[in-house]
Design a protein around this ligand. Structure first.
Ligand SMILES: Nc1ncnc2c1ncn2[C@@H]1O[C@H](COP(=O)(O)OP(=O)(O)OP(=O)(O)O)[C@@H](O)[C@H]1O
Length: 230
């Protein structure tokens, strides 16, 4: 993406940021509350208006509606997961199939997701609302994967989860990464994200102030800069 800008009623929330997510790469986006992280993901998804140049595999997707963006290969696991609590786990997963470019291989992909997240198989016929927070996050990731994205984006997947559940979610992301899907993950947990991602961008007040590699997770001076922006 190049010079991405988001404004709400004229007030800039994302101020012309540029970065790339390479094929199969895991990229982190961190920063304090209100930095513009969610707005960036929403803009990439076509859910909020933006200016700039958003490209996916060379094609211009700037300003396309979300349903088109999903079919082009971008999927978002939103903050708060947006699970349908009264629907079964299996039917929640099936909703992910709606975003596919083609239906071929749907059954195999559903099976692969159940393989990746055994707990979803175990509770496939249970109402999704009865799952724990960590299990619901796995469901949200599984549902997004069923759209067969080239890039999977996640907005604060660790939010509100117990430490064990966070570990489970990031193990799942590791598996997603291992199968070659690119990941763009927005997180508040800076140190953890820096260590996990191939590259992490720090966003402050709508601007990218730092780009960090995993080694920075052990560098206190850089971490301080990442947290406080100075
Ligand atoms: N729909 C909206 N209408 C008006 N202002 C908005 C809207 N959404 C976000 N903002 C503002 O844009 C700025 C960036 O918000 P955004 O949610 O993108 O930040 P964030 O980094 O994701 O923060 P958080 O970690 O709290 O989710 C904030 O000042 C926020 O108040």
């Amino acid at each position: 993406m190049y010079r991405l800008e988001v404004r709400y009623s004229g007030v800039p929330a994302v101020k012309g940021i540029s970065f790339t997510v390479g094929r199969g790469e895991t990229v982190g986006l961190i920063g304090p509350n209100g930095a513009g992280k969610s707005s960036t993901l929403q803009a990439l998804m076509g859910a909020v208006r933006c200016t700039g140049d958003v490209r996916l595999g060379g094609a211009d997707i700037t300003g396309l509606p979300p349903e088109t963006v999903i079919r082009r290969g971008l999927a978002l696991v939103p903050e708060g997961r947006h699970i349908f609590g009264d629907l079964s786990v299996r039917n929640n997963l099936r909703l992910g199939l709606v975003g596919r470019r083609d239906r071929a291989g749907s059954a195999e992909d559903l099976e692969a997701v159940l393989e990746l997240f055994p707990v979803l198989r175990e509770f496939a016929d249970r109402a999704a609302g009865l799952l724990s927070g960590g299990q619901q996050q796995q469901l949200a990731i599984g549902r997004a994967l069923l759209a067969r994205p080239d890039v999977l984006m996640l907005d604060e997947p660790s939010l509100g989860l117990s430490p064990t559940a966070v570990d489970t979610v990031f193990e799942a992301l590791e598996a997603v990464r291992a199968q070659g899907t690119a990941v763009l993950v927005v997180e508040q947990r800076a140190e953890f994200t820096i260590a996990f991602a191939d590259r992490t961008y720090v966003l402050h007040d709508g601007e990218i102030t730092l780009e960090l590699t995993p080694e920075a997770a052990d560098d206190e001076a850089l971490l301080t800069k990442a947290y406080f922006g100075s």
